[in-house]
Design a binder for this molecule. Structure first.
Ligand SMILES: CC(C)(COP(=O)(O)OP(=O)(O)OC[C@H]1O[C@@H](n2cnc3c(N)ncnc32)[C@H](O)[C@@H]1OP(=O)(O)O)[C@@H](O)C(=O)NCCC(=O)NCCS
Length: 211
């Protein structure tokens, strides 16, 4: 399948995707997508920016069959996913060979499970979710569409994460924790109470960031 990576940052997630899932892993990446005019000339690994959201319909008929998200932010992910799907493009699911995904877990289109990450029994991972390096989703965890679980975060049993949530690196969420849509859990936080939609929480135990 001819794929494009949405994102073009040379030291960001796009380059990680190309390194881990490129030609050596059987995927054919043919270009980059980026909506920032100042990035229009960017290239990574010989691939150049071939367009942005506005060109997806044309690219779908001429150049590409699917798109892989190549950025690590949660904010804005749902809009990009919707545009990709509206253009009739595929959202391949990527699982690194060193990751563990339980047979009973489900990964929606566009989910990415990076090296050494773990997705436990009966977990449900939504569309376009990034489970980054070494993150752990234990049994029965539910992660909503467009969320990002940063490196080393630990989501214990039955944790429920809304959509477009970022769980920061090394954060821990005790069993049955609930995090609302659009919330952010800071790096290293320990979540012991529900996190409201749109809130940012930090610390041990996690509390809303003032301001
Ligand atoms: C929580 C977070 C989103 C806040 O970002 P922000 O809104 O830009 O906040 P600021 O950096 O302005 O910091 C605001 C205050 O919160 C504190 N703070 C920020 N992040 C914190 C964290 N994770 N834990 C505890 N305190 C934190 C800062 O020290 C600062 O305190 P001060 O006002 O007393 O100086 C961010 O710091 C964070 O942890 N993001 C996760 C990043 C990550 O893990 N990325 C992985 C990419 S692969």
């Amino acid at each position: 399948m001819r794929l494009a990576v949405y994102g073009s940052r040379p030291d960001g997630h796009a380059n990680v995707v190309l390194d881990l899932f490129g030609a050596d892993a059987g995927h054919e990446f043919v270009g980059l997508l980026d909506d920032w005019p100042e990035n229009a000339e960017r290239t990574i690994g010989g691939l150049r920016v071939i367009g942005g959201i506005a060109e997806l319909a044309r690219l779908a008929t001429e150049e590409i069959e699917g798109v892989v998200l190549g950025f690590g932010a949660a904010s804005g992910r749902l809009a990009v996913l919707a545009a990709i799907e509206a253009a009739g493009l595929a959202l391949p699911t990527l699982v690194h060979p060193t990751a563990f995904v339980a047979p009973s877990a489900t990964l929606a289109p566009g989910a990415q499970v990076m090296p050494q990450a773990s997705v436990g029994p009966h977990a449900q991972v939504g569309r376009g979710v990034l489970v980054n390096t070494g993150a752990t989703l234990d049994h029965d965890v539910v992660v909503g569409d467009g969320s990002v679980i940063d490196p080393g975060a630990v989501l214990t049993g039955r944790v429920r994460i809304g959509s477009e949530v970022e769980v920061g690196s090394g954060a821990s969420l005790i069993p049955d924790s609930v995090v609302g849509d659009g919330a952010t859990v800071g790096a290293g936080a320990v979540v012991v109470r529900p996190v409201e939609a749109g809130a940012t929480v930090v610390g041990v135990p996690a509390r809303p960031l003032a301001g």
